[in-house]
Design a protein around this ligand. Structure first.
Ligand SMILES: O=C(O)CCC(=O)C(=O)O
Ligand SMILES: [Fe+2]
Length: 420
């Protein structure tokens, strides 16, 4: 197989989510709640119709974010919500070891000390005819990477979570999963927040969930997920494909630059400081993290870059730092970005002629890239990324980034591969 095709195949589509079940114990289905002066509680592991109706009475209709506003529109989302100031679940996220499971199953399995925080967000009730159409979850800060939904075993039908990403689709029918379990359990699903997802119509009963926002935390966790068997990453396949490519004298014979369009989006704060790309490179998800790990292990210099286009969409510029662009479009992008510290370079496809512009000699300020995975969209740092979100946009937007990997000429890399 052509080495480039082998590399592409090796970046297989690991699903952007993980799921599982948690056994019900004496009290982990109990939720206390209040509405103004009234208080109540129920046990969601054995709730009656009356308990659930009382819970709904204490909830409010659920809104969602449409660009900058929170809106109530029952043709887009029909459900109830309770804010976290108004309820307290007995379910203890720490005791459940869910964070360790998410670290092992969803994130890079080897990085089992990465600090993760799960912050309780809402209680939601989906009754008969409830649903939530396709949306992405609004990033609440630049360290938020995912969402976690815990579904209680209240009898219901429908209300499956359908996820779509990069042309693929997955369905998690928690009601069916819980119905089939012998031991009474809760179900959970954690997914990256930039994945499109929808809740299908509940046809009977009540679907009650807790939602959590997942954040990376700086500092290392003291509890590596030692008892959790990680879902294997396809990193050995990628490493093998990359080794074969480097051993092939026809593959970038004179050396060059490999480009990987990322599989996921990352929240970029508006007006973010210049060092932010380095910070983001520590928070890569799924395949993106795997590519970086493997390349670094193989001693290939790997950088996370951002790409900007000029006003006329003719030139694309690769930079080492995110630029604080404000809201306007930039005309003399190349002039601006070539300056320190952005180190902007004009990009063109490997094998083609470097572009000619009116900017004098261009060679040293341009770079040919052999794209292993394509860049699908370009940077939109100055516009809110989430159109339909679960909350109105906060100060973050997702931007499009790429990893670039420097590969030496064939002559030089022979020795280094053998010594691996
Ligand atoms: O209930 C679910 O499974 C997902 C809900 C959701 O997408 C949200 O609240 O943003
Ligand atoms: Fe959502």
């Amino acid at each position: 197989m052509d080495p480039l095709d082998a590399l592409r195949n090796a970046i297989s589509s690991k699903p952007p989510y993980c799921t599982g079940t948690i056994p019900i114990t004496d009290d982990n289905g109990v939720v206390y709640y209040r509405k103004q002066e009234q208080a109540g509680w129920l046990d969601l592991s054995r709730a009656t119709e009356g308990d659930l109706e009382a819970l709904v009475q204490a909830c409010e209709p659920a809104t969602f974010g449409l660009e900058q506003r929170d809106v109530l529109d029952e043709s887009y989302r029909k459900a109830w919500k309770m804010d976290r100031t108004n309820f307290a679940p007995r379910f203890d996220i720490g005791e459940s070891h869910l964070v360790e499971r998410i670290r092992a199953q969803l994130l890079d399995a080897r990085d089992n000390t990465k600090g993760i925080k799960a912050e309780l967000y809402k209680l939601n009730v989906y009754g008969k005819d409830s649903f939530f159409k396709s949306h992405k979850d609004t990033p609440r800060s630049d360290t938020m990477f995912g969402s976690l939904v815990v579904v209680f075993p209240t009898p219901h039908e429908g209300g499956a979570l359908v996820l779509r990403h990069a042309g693929q689709e997955w369905t998690f029918d928690s009601a069916a999963v819980l119905r089939e379990k012998e031991q009474r359990s809760m179900a959970y699903i954690a997914f990256f927040s930039d994945v499109d997802h929808e809740v299908t119509v509940v046809t009977s009963g009540y679907r009650v969930t807790l939602t959590y926002n997942l954040f990376f935390e700086s500092g290392e966790s003291d509890h590596p997920a030692s008892d959790v068997v990680p879902v294997a990453f396809k990193d050995t396949v990628f490493q093998t494909a990359l080794t074969s490519a480097l051993e092939d004298p026809n593959f970038l014979p004179k050396g060059g630059c490999l480009g990987f369009g990322l599989s996921f989006k990352y929240p970029i704060k508006r007006g973010q400081s210049l060092t932010s790309l380095r910070k983001i490179s520590k928070m890569l998800k799924g395949n993106d993290s795997m590519i970086k790990h493997v390349c670094e292990q193989m001693k290939l210099p790997t950088t996370l870059n951002a790409i900007y286009q000029d006003k006329y969409r003719e030139t694309k510029i690769l930079v080492d730092e995110i630029m604080n662009m404000g809201d306007g479009e930039i005309e003399g992008l190349l002039d601006l970005l070539a300056e320190y510290p952005h180190n902007g370079r004009l990009i063109y496809d490997y094998g083609e002629e470097p572009p000619r512009t009116w900017h004098g000699p261009i060679e040293e300020r341009s770079i040919g890239i052999l794209w292993v995975t394509p860049l699908t969209t370009y940077s939109h740092f100055n516009s809110p990324y989430v159109h339909y979100g679960n909350e109105a946009s906060l100060g973050c937007a997702y931007g499009d980034l790429c990893l670039t990997v420097k590969v030496g000429p064939y002559e030089n890399r022979r020795g280094s591969i053998e010594s691996l």
